[in-house]
Design a binder for this molecule. Structure first.
Ligand code: UT7
Length: 336
């Protein structure tokens, strides 16, 4: 076996729009209550993009923070990969727009879409690139502006989502400037099942349901979700893929210092912790502040955990994600 360059997270950052929409605000929009939203989801408030604020705008702020955390400049990057299902536009891709806003050019820049699992897919993208080209410096983003695809008259979905973006800068283990974070990625596992993808979708405007000139936007433009079914699949798949990565790396749940899961519902997060036998204080929760920010939940949580000094030396981080597609995945990261 040839020696493969390991990937290391060198910097983290996140950004959310300024405007906050509380559960009380939503009571004015649809027939709901703070009590229902809090007890059924754990969400108290979410941040919503201003008019004209695109994903690349919030990704730019997240990227700048991650680069500063890594003690690097945008010019040091070789790759920019944005994971999103709400890009600025279908063409050009958001990564190229972000590259331009960062004031650089000549990078390998593209988007991927694995919905809420996007950032975890992006971790494996970065690992693969660095394994092939060890001198790569890869900026990965997980971000979404789901408010652009939210039907504000549908109480079953509009209370759930928020906007945001998170970023990470990765390099090879041997490409170390000695100043940034050191989160060595030990492993990633990804999976998907397209046969049940219709349970969570918005396809209006896509090639399966194109709009024509003068076409009035219909419900297929907005998120629809069979919440109860998605709930079961989310728990089942995140528990299985977490257990698989622990077993494959011969570590027990006692060895795990912190678990960061997709932040969609507090009941899902708590259930995952219980099923894996990981105590509550090791399970990261921030969805009360941001709601479900789709591809951004995991990098926002990572950046906040970093700010809270929870990614300390020798700690072992377990990541578990689930999203539309369906897609899911896990990652194990050791901090040095
Ligand atoms: O990010 C991708 C992955 N996404 C997820 O993981 C989300 C997974 N699903 C969930 O988190 C939950 O299923 C929801 C939060 C979406 C819904 O919670 P639930 O406990 O599964 O509620 P439900 O859909 O079974 O609805 C229960 C009741 C219904 O009324 P009836 O039929 O029992 O009379 C709904 O109409 O709650 C009603 N309801 C609401 N009531 C007040 C649904 N939404 C609301 C609301 N306010 N916003």
């Amino acid at each position: 076996m040839p020696v493969i360059e390991q990937s290391v997270i060198r910097g983290l950052g996140f950004h959310v729009p300024e405007r906050i929409l509380t559960n009380k605000d939503l009571e004015e929009l649809v027939e709901t209550s703070d009590e229902w939203i809090t007890t059924r989801t754990g969400i108290k408030e979410r941040h919503i993009a201003a008019e004209g604020e695109a994903l690349s705008d919030i990704a730019l702020q997240a990227a700048k923070k991650a680069l500063a955390d890594a003690h690097m400049e945008a010019d040091d990057l070789t790759h920019i990969i944005v994971a999103t299902c709400t890009p600025d536009s279908y063409c050009p891709n958001t990564a190229c727009i972000l590259e331009h806003k960062l004031g650089v050019s000549g990078k390998i820049a593209f988007d991927i879409n694995a919905a809420c699992t996007g950032f975890t897919y992006n971790l494996e993208m970065a690992r693969s690139i660095i394994a092939l080209r060890p001198d790569s410096v890869v900026l990965i983003i997980g971000g979404d502006i789901l408010s652009s695809r939210t039907n504000w008259a549908d109480r079953t979905t509009c209370v759930l989502f928020g906007d945001g973006a998170g970023a990470a800068v990765l390099t090879g283990a041997s490409n170390d400037n000695g100043k940034g974070l050191k989160g060595r990625i030990l492993d990633t596992i990804l999976s998907s099942d397209g046969s049940i993808g219709d349970m969570l979708k918005f396809n209006g405007g896509g090639s399966s349901a194109p709009y024509s000139l003068g076409h009035v936007v219909t419900e297929n433009h907005f998120i629809s979700m069979q919440g109860r079914e998605v709930f079961k699949h989310a728990i089942r798949n995140m528990v299985a893929v977490s257990q698989e990565i622990l077993d494959r790396n011969k570590v027990s749940t006692d060895d795990v210092s912190l678990v960061i899961t997709h932040q969609a519902n507090l009941r899902i997060i708590e259930s995952l912790g219980k099923k894996l036998g990981i105590t509550d204080e090791r399970v990261f929760v921030n969805l009360h502040k941001y709601g479900n920010t789709s591809a951004a939940t995991i990098p926002i949580a990572l950046a906040e955990a970093r700010e809270q000094n929870r990614l300390t030396k020798d700690s072992l981080l377990l990541v578990a994600a689930f999203g539309g597609g369906f897609t899911w995945g896990s990652a194990l990261v050791r901090f040095e």
